[in-house]
Design a protein around this ligand. Structure first.
Ligand code: ZN
Length: 143
């Protein structure tokens, strides 16, 4: 799933769950459930060049703005939102350990598991699934 969908999930969890650590655990767990849903994701190259950020920046800046918006709307849940978002995106961040000499081997089983649960589909249905998911999540937040 896109970073935006994971971030929204973590922010919603944080806004609804007052405990930061519970929010973190739920956000972390949610990541794997979401990645198992058929979705589209942009390919992350083995070596990231500056020009690659043209592809990535919308999926980096939109989540950052989303977190700021959630914190502004739910200031008392600041810590829970930050922990929820951290948990929800941590699995994707850990996949970057493949570029680190010593962390590469330690996290290899985790990366293998993370890659195995991915269910990627073509762009249009894969993005529509994520938009629908985020709209449902936002609707649930209002309940
Ligand atoms: Zn993932």
């Amino acid at each position: 799933m896109l970073l935006l969908a994971h971030t929204l999930t973590g922010a919603v969890i944080g806004a609804k769950v007052s405990s930061p650590w519970l929010s973190f655990a739920l956000g972390f767990t949610s990541h794997f459930l979401l990645d198992a849903i058929p979705h589209w994701n942009y390919p992350v190259p083995q070596r990231i060049h500056i020009r690659d950020f043209i592809v990535f920046w919308p999926d980096l800046t939109a989540p950052a703005l989303l977190v700021l918006a959630f914190i502004a709307l739910h200031p008392s849940a600041l810590l829970a939102i930050c922990f929820g978002v951290t948990g929800s995106i941590l699995p994707d961040i850990l996949t970057l350990t493949r570029h680190h000499v010593s962390l590469k081997r330690i996290f290899a089983p985790f990366r293998k598991f993370h890659e195995k649960i991915q269910h990627e589909i073509p762009f249009t249905p894969g993005v529509l699934v994520q938009i629908a998911y985020m709209l449902v999540l936002l609707a649930l937040l209002r309940l």
